[in-house]
Design a protein around this ligand. Structure first.
Ligand code: XMP
Ligand code: MG
Length: 178
């Protein structure tokens, strides 16, 4: 890691506590319902793995891969589906699982795409949100942590595909991307 990270923003313990809070809220809200978790690859990998194991209600999992970022740190606003769902979500209770909501552009595109498939319900659970970066207003039912508008890596989040395997979330040193 060396000088690539400025500091640890959320420790493993912080993340574990945040996931437990999210799971308790989701379990309470979907009690008695079967829920489909839709993970957004690749960033949501760790959140999906840990959130799904913290839930007690029956769930199924599916994945979408979309691309909105190049190698840089700014949303391009252009979204492409790289991998679509394997599941037909019509009539199902769907919870989109995200690592981070930055401008919200990617998620807002994804939600309108999924809404056209007529799920019984559609909500969002994200580990991180950057309120100061929001460019579109999105109702997000489950938020783990609101964080400052800085580029973060670790726990699934990458810079140029690196750092995803860090067990904590750190602030990337500005000299790495400027
Ligand atoms: P938008 O701006 O569309 O972006 O809400 C959402 C996606 O952009 C990525 N993203 C980040 N990735 N550190 C990262 O490693 C960050 O600070 C960051 N901010 C946004 C991420 O893939 C997210 O799904
Ligand atoms: Mg992502």
């Amino acid at each position: 890691m060396g000088d690539k990270l400025e500091k640890v923003l959320l420790s493993e313990e912080d993340i574990r506590a945040g996931i437990a809070r999210l799971a308790a809220a989701v379990d309470a809200d979907y009690d008695g319902e079967e829920l489909l978790l839709v993970g957004v690859l690749n960033g949501a990998l760790m959140v999906m793995a840990d959130l799904s194991r913290a839930l007690h209600n029956p769930i199924t999992l599916d994945w979408m891969a979309i691309s909105s970022y190049g190698a840089g740190t700014k949303s391009s606003g252009v979204v492409r589906i790289l991998k679509d769902l394997d599941t037909d979500i019509k009539g199902k209770h769907v919870l989109v699982v995200e690592d981070i909501i930055d401008s919200g552009l990617t998620l807002s595109w994804l939600l309108s795409n999924l809404r056209q498939r007529q799920p019984a319900s559609l909500e969002v659970c994200t580990l991180l949100r950057k309120p100061d970066a929001a460019k579109v207003q999105i109702d997000v039912k489950y938020v783990g942590f609101d964080i400052p508008n800085d580029f973060v890596v670790g726990y699934g989040l990458d810079y140029d595909q690196r750092f995803r395997n860090l067990p904590f979330i750190g602030l990337l040193a500005p000299h790495v991307y400027s």
